[in-house]
Design a protein. Structure first.
Length: 282
């Protein structure tokens, strides 16, 4: 069977926080030992002396496949798997309230935990891997995920721009709409979803300028990655957040402006420079 830069910003940084077979041979070319040994050939002077030599014993041959133990069917999906099927699994688990993140298509710890929770509900062995019975039960209790469920949109409507964003090149951020717009002379060039600091670590509001940028920044306080960091006020920066990409608005930062679209924030990083204007409005 088939088995199946590095610069410190006043020693400050941000990190995310939580808010709330075998088969028989067909006989072709097969060789089988005779049931009785063939007699030894005769020499010129008769048969060889049997007391000095013994005829070799025949070694019956057995088809190799007969010694193979049948293997049990493997899981349909397991940790380490990736692809569209895993994304569907995650979206279906989300419909049941068991997967609290956006589908990623990668089977890792969070997916494993969600699968175990479903198996517990069903009275199935809590292996954390998707066996055929668990997949069948999950599909029977959920509907086919929509495209929006499989690939959640990552751009909210920008809305009306703050008047301070209408001239020059501006990173225009709105807490009301949870959006960041890259604006050039009043025209929105690109937009992306953002999230902010929590109640106890709020993101500052006002007009700022980028002080420095760090492509591969790591927080000196929390030791967490802050890719494409663009600092605008002390240790607060606009940067990509893998946690935001995975959990959405269920989490928050320690004051930074998190972006969940990596390609868009990378493009923004390369388009800006020290001194670029940043406006953060409520």
């Amino acid at each position: 069977m088939a088995a199946v830069l590095v610069v410190a910003a006043l020693a400050v940084g941000c990190r995310p926080v939580t808010v709330s077979g075998a088969t028989a041979p067909d006989g072709k070319g097969a060789r089988y030992a005779p049931t009785t040994p063939a007699p030894p050939p005769l020499g010129r002077h008769g048969p060889p002396a049997s007391r000095h030599s013994a005829p070799s014993r025949p070694h019956p041959t057995t088809p190799r496949a007969a010694h193979r133990a049948p293997r049990a069917a493997g899981p349909l999906m397991a940790p380490g798997a990736q692809g569209a099927r895993v994304r569907e699994l995650q979206a279906r688990l989300a419909q049941l309230g068991l997967f609290g993140r956006s589908p990623t298509g990668s089977y890792a710890a969070v997916t494993t935990s969600a699968v175990r929770a479903f198996q517990r509900r069903q009275g199935l062995p809590r292996t954390g891997t998707v066996q055929p019975a668990a997949w069948l039960a999950l599909r029977s209790q959920t509907r086919r995920p929509s495209h929006a469920e499989l690939y959640p949109p990552t751009t909210r409507p920008v809305g009306a721009l703050d008047p301070r964003c209408m001239r020059g090149r501006v990173i225009c951020i709105s807490k009301r709409t949870h959006t960041l717009a890259w604006v050039i002379d009043g025209r929105v060039v690109s937009a992306m979803d953002v999230r902010f600091g929590s109640q106890y670590t709020p993101t500052r509001e006002g007009t700022f300028a980028l002080t420095f940028k760090s492509r591969h920044h790591v927080s000196t306080l929390y030791h967490t990655a802050m890719p494409y960091a663009m600092f605008f006020s002390g240790g607060q920066a606009v940067h990509y957040s893998a946690d935001f990409a995975a959990r959405g608005y269920r989490g928050a930062s320690h004051g930074c402006v998190n972006v969940r679209d990596k390609k868009k924030v990378a493009a923004l990083f390369h388009a800006t420079h020290q001194g670029t204007k940043v406006v953060i409005s409520r």
